[in-house]
Design a protein around this ligand. Structure first.
Ligand code: ADP
Ligand code: MG
Length: 467
């Protein structure tokens, strides 16, 4: 009977789905109009009920007539040394003719809530979807000295998942250096090359939540079983497991199973294994079996190319010196680097302002704390004089020559901007002027900045020198 059902089912669904969901089923017994089938887990049963109940119904009705019933027997592996499998019988749901009256009391579970979707949150989606973000791929993961090893190890793993000595591949590095991006890129590439493999990306945090949930719902074995079915398991931020011994324990079992079966494991962490704390020794030693590759802070060149690439992909153009400014000031975090450039673009479009060094400076300041170095008024006068190729005495003199006046005004403007000195104090230090002169200078600079392109460039160049 079951064989005939299978033939029918096979004709009506995707081969992959058939392989996954129907081949593992074992027919157990047929009594009158009730067929008992054994499924590997409760999760499996839920899945069949959710997705294939209609198909099963049609197939079974064809064989056994309108009064056909289906009884699921769930086989559970006891992963804790006890070889004795225990079974739990669940009648098919009360849908139409499939209604099953019998309620065999399961052996272990005292009071099973039969229709209670036991499912660990999110697991259904995961089963179909890898949870991979296609926007994080190798194409847009730019290479540089800082990531070359990790990137190429990732490529190697993607070419031959489970087939390299990089198992597990552990990618570690500080915040915002591309761990998550690289982890996805590997998964995306594997999915591309080997579409039939089950790839799963999950954060260690979510993994932990699922695990805790499964303990609460008494479905710990299903949880383990589910993870053991995966071909490529990617767990992000494993440092999150520190101190969580239950989750570490379950992960240890899953890891061993996958590793023994030649499945690929990819992990990321904010620390090297040697520096990880509150992670069980046996787990740490597993982490070291494969390759640990570090993502370091990107060098200047790489920062520039990441910024340019981002702008290019967004179809935005901004001046070279602004890009350089941002790359020069945001050094250790690619997320911040991107954040700054996005915010710069946003501000310039929203406020209809041209992207200037000044704007860049304001934006960068928000991302990097303590960029503002206190500069002295003397230093400002020196820098401005040098820039205009005059000496400080000339800058301070009483002359009304236009370019000297402008230099003087700029010095006042920057003194106001970069120091905490009062207008009066600035005035007295820059050629013994009063506070009204300084105020006037600042206003003039502001006005010229808006109207005079050349002058704008002076401001930008000088701003660059002070930050
Ligand atoms: P982490 O997980 O290490 O904190 P992410 O993977 O989230 O860092 O990366 C932060 C941001 O930087 C992401 O937007 C990512 O796309 C980008 N990024 C990181 N490394 C690169 C790289 N080599 N090339 C391009 N973008 C990168
Ligand atoms: Mg991350």
């Amino acid at each position: 009977v079951w064989k005939n059902c299978l033939v029918f089912i096979k004709d009506n669904i995707q081969p992959q789905a058939f392989k996954t969901w129907f081949e593992p089923i074992k027919p157990i017994k047929l009594s009158e109009n009730a067929l008992s089938i054994q499924v590997p887990s409760k999760f499996f049963y839920e899945w069949l009920e959710e997705h294939y109940v209609k198909l099963l119904k049609v197939a079974l009705t064809k064989e056994l007539g309108e009064s056909a019933k289906l009884v699921y027997i769930i086989r559970m592996e006891n992963t804790y040394g006890n070889k004795e499998p225990f079974t739990e019988k669940i009648p098919s749901s009360n849908r139409g003719a499939m209604a099953a009256q019998e309620m065999d009391v399961p052996i272990k579970s005292k009071n099973p809530e039969l229709r209670n979707p036991f499912v660990i949150p999110g697991i259904r989606n995961i089963k179909i979807e890898s949870q991979l973000n296609p926007n994080y791929n190798f194409d847009n993961f730019l290479e540089g000295d800082s990531n070359r090893l990790a990137r190429s190890a990732g490529m190697a793993v993607a070419n031959k998942p489970g087939g390299t000595s990089f198992n597990p591949l552990l990618v570690f590095g500080g915040v915002g250096l591309g761990k998550t991006h690289l982890a996805h890129a590997i998964g995306v590439e594997i999915k591309d090359k080997y579409p039939e493999r089950t790839v799963l990306y999950i954060s260690a945090e979510k993994f932990t939540q699922q695990y805790i949930e499964s303990v609460k719902k008494n479905t710990r074995n299903d949880f383990i079983h589910f993870y053991q079915l995966i071909d490529v398991l990617i767990i992000d931020d494993v440092q999150f497991l520190s101190g969580k011994s239950g989750t570490q324990d379950v992960f240890f079992h899953i890891f061993n199973h996958l590793h023994q079966n030649g499945k690929q494991v990819i992990l990321t962490s904010d620390k090297a294994p040697v520096d990880m704390q509150d992670i069980e020794q046996r787990l740490l030693s597993r982490f070291k079996w494969g390759l640990s590759a570090e993502l370091q802070s990107p060098d200047y060149e790489t920062r520039i190319s990441i910024l340019k690439n981002k702008l290019y992909r967004d179809g935005v153009e901004i001046p070279e010196d602004i890009i350089e400014y941002v790359a020069k000031h945001i050094k250790t975090n690619i997320r911040e680097l991107e954040g700054a450039i996005i915010s710069l673009i946003a501000q310039s479009t929203l406020n209809k302002r041209e992207v200037t060094i000044e704007l860049a400076q304001q934006v960068v300041e928000k991302f990097v704390k303590n960029t503002k170095r206190e500069v002295s008024i003397d230093y400002i006068q020196k820098v401005v004089s040098d820039y205009f190729e005059m000496d400080v005495a000339t800058l301070q003199s009483k002359t009304r020559k236009r370019h000297i006046v402008q230099a003087r005004q700029l010095a006042m403007f920057f003194a106001k901007k970069f120091t905490k000195a009062s207008l009066a104090s600035i005035g007295s230090q820059i050629g013994k002027r009063d506070h009204a002169t300084v105020l006037h200078a600042c206003k003039t600079v502001d006005n010229l900045a808006e109207t005079d392109k050349q002058f704008r460039k002076y401001i930008d160049d000088l701003t660059n020198k002070f930050s």
